[in-house]
Design a protein around this ligand. Structure first.
Ligand code: SIN
Length: 547
């Protein structure tokens, strides 16, 4: 998609960095109060939101109620959710979805009424879907169309944000790389909303698209923002496992519709691990799969949907059906090889209930942010709703912040940015792959103090990259991945218990003293490895609580 109105001078009151559901919804809100620039690295139709299959959870069915959605979310978060944030999510969610429907979103219906599906850990059927398994795609389609209608919004696609600009303690712009020309320049603004999504690419196996390299978390950290809960990474139990394919997601909705998990010998196994069987919480299913893989000396287990019927499968899961066929698996006839993959970051840039980070002028929403709605484990399908609700909230707060603020000139920063010299990253691909394998092997579904110490030591060998300026998107992404990986490993080493998605084989107890504390990191802690050093012998030493 070409950048619109490219001859309009590059100036805006607000910058939105990232164009998934949270970014697009934020841009629409901001456009009521000023000029908005939406920066996207690569193509705007490559965000993680686009790939969201299963759906969007919202308490709108006759059998449901926001109080029940609240309770399910809190339960999934294992006591580490921020209750006020969850309340906002479930209470404001229905209005955000109705608004999307008014803008043209077509969610699937049965008998003229919205169809609500069931997913793991939901006690009601509350998952809306579109075109069977293309929910994120439909939501982004509608939001982009709405964004394109707003004259106040300018899109700058194929522009990679290198860093945030902070002057006198305020975030007042961004340094940007034009991916086509290689030119770097500074864009000033009154307020910046960060919506860059997740960081699944720091793992060798991930359901995330290639651009999920944690850029927003890394640049916010460099700008002085505080990160929270970085140890909580959700692993999805069922991603396609084929040597030649990416770890394509096989939606939990398949298990919601009756799909079964079988080990390498063909035996059903989930009932041995949890009374809810294949619909147990994701972390439990992921660990059960790994245990079965180890017991049968296999690299995967199987997802079996063959009993659900060809017509049903083609209608209900058209994207999954077609994608698997592309890899020569006919899901109507064959069991699908699957294994767990990194899926979602519960942690991220700490925000208050209105999306404000600890850096004035910088706001964050969606997966890049840690608003507190997910706690230690995200309830399935809550993230698209979070993007809508907190995208709008962060934008409203950015508008309030910008009132009376001048746009800074930032000429000196612009000149400095162009001056170089830029660092050169030798053997980029090798470094990227080593990092991803280190994270998968040492900081994956099951971690231990020993594996985390090894990971921290390995990652700190690459840490000198963080201080270097680079000229290419690939090198800048690797620098961000190193930084985010360090944060995850350090926070995981600090948390000496097993809670939610964070499972330490050396600390199985869930509720040892201080377990309800949140890990918080800022740049000094990560660069110096302070978190890792302090963690030995104490669960509570990473950071004091934010007020
Ligand atoms: C899925 O469809 O299984 C993923 C949905 C989610 O992660 O919320």
């Amino acid at each position: 998609m070409a950048t619109r109105r490219s001859r309009v001078p590059l100036q805006a009151d607000f910058l939105v960095i990232g164009s998934g559901v949270a970014g697009l919804r934020a841009a629409l809100e901001l456009s009521r109060s000023g000029r908005v620039m939406v920066l996207t690295k690569g193509h705007p139709l490559q965000s993680s939101s686009i790939y969201a299959q299963g759906g969007v959870a919202v308490a709108m069915s006759e059998e449901d109620d926001v109080a029940i959605h609240f309770t399910d979310t809190i339960k999934a978060g294992h006591g580490l959710c921020r209750k006020e944030a969850v309340r906002m999510l479930v209470e404001e969610g229905p209005a955000r979805i109705q608004e999307l429907i008014r803008w043209g979103a077509k969610f699937d219906k049965i008998g003229g009424k919205l169809a609500f599906a069931r997913e793991a850990a939901h006690s009601r059927s509350r998952i809306l879907r579109a075109r069977g398994d293309a929910t994120g795609n439909e939501m982004v389609r509608v939001l982009i169309a709405e964004v394109n209608r707003q004259k106040q919004i300018q899109r700058l696609d194929h522009h990679f944000t290198v860093d945030l600009v902070v002057e006198n303690g305020r975030c007042c712009g961004a340094a940007v790389l034009d991916e086509a020309s290689g030119r770097q320049f500074v864009l000033p603004a009154c307020a910046i909303v960060l919506t860059t999504g997740g960081a699944g690419q720091i793992y060798a196996r991930t359901t995330n698209p290639p651009n999920a390299t944690g850029d927003g978390v890394a640049m916010a950290l460099r700008a002085g923002a505080v990160l929270q809960d970085m140890e909580f990474v959700q692993f999805h139990p069922t991603a396609l496992y084929l040597p030649s394919s990416p770890s394509f997601l096989l939606s939990e909705a398949m298990r919601g519709e009756g799909a079964q998990l079988r080990n390498n010998k063909g035996a059903l196994f989930m009932q041995r691990y949890h009374p809810m069987g294949a619909l147990a919480p994701r972390d439990i299913v992921s660990r059960a799969i790994l245990a079965e893989m180890a017991a049968t000396k296999a690299r995967h287990v199987y997802l079996d949907v063959t009993h659900l019927g060809t017509e049903f499968l083609k209608r209900r899961f058209p994207t999954i059906y077609a994608t698997c066929l592309r890899y020569d698996i006919d899901i109507t006839e064959e069991w699908i090889p699957v294994s767990p993959s990194a899926h979602y970051m519960m942690g991220g840039v700490w925000t208050d209930l209105n999306g404000a980070t600890t850096v004035p002028g910088l706001f964050a929403a969606g997966e890049v942010a840690c608003s507190g709605v997910h706690g230690a484990n995200r309830l399935a399908s809550n993230s698209l709703l979070e993007g809508l609700v907190f995208g709008a909230r962060a934008a409203a707060a950015a508008v309030a912040f910008a009132e009376g603020q001048e746009i800074s000139k930032l000429t000196a920063q612009d000149t400095a940015l162009r001056a170089g010299p830029f660092g050169i990253l030798e053997d980029e691909e090798k470094l990227r792959s080593s990092l991803r394998r280190t994270m998968w092997g040492q900081v994956g579904v099951i971690r231990s103090g020993e594996s985390l110490v090894r990971a921290c030591a390995q990652l700190s060998r690459w840490a000198q990259l963080v201080a270097l300026p680079f000229a290419t998107r690939a090198a800048l992404e690797i620098k961000n991945m190193v930084q985010v990986a360090q944060c995850v490993a350090e926070a995981a080493l600090w948390r000496e218990n097993s809670v939610g998605a964070h499972y330490r084989s050396d600390c199985l107890e869930a509720k040892r003293a201080g377990w309800q504390q949140h890990s918080r990191l800022s740049s000094g802690d990560v660069v110096s490895g302070k978190a890792a050093r302090q963690s030995r012998g104490s669960l509570l030493s990473l950071r004091g609580r934010l007020k």
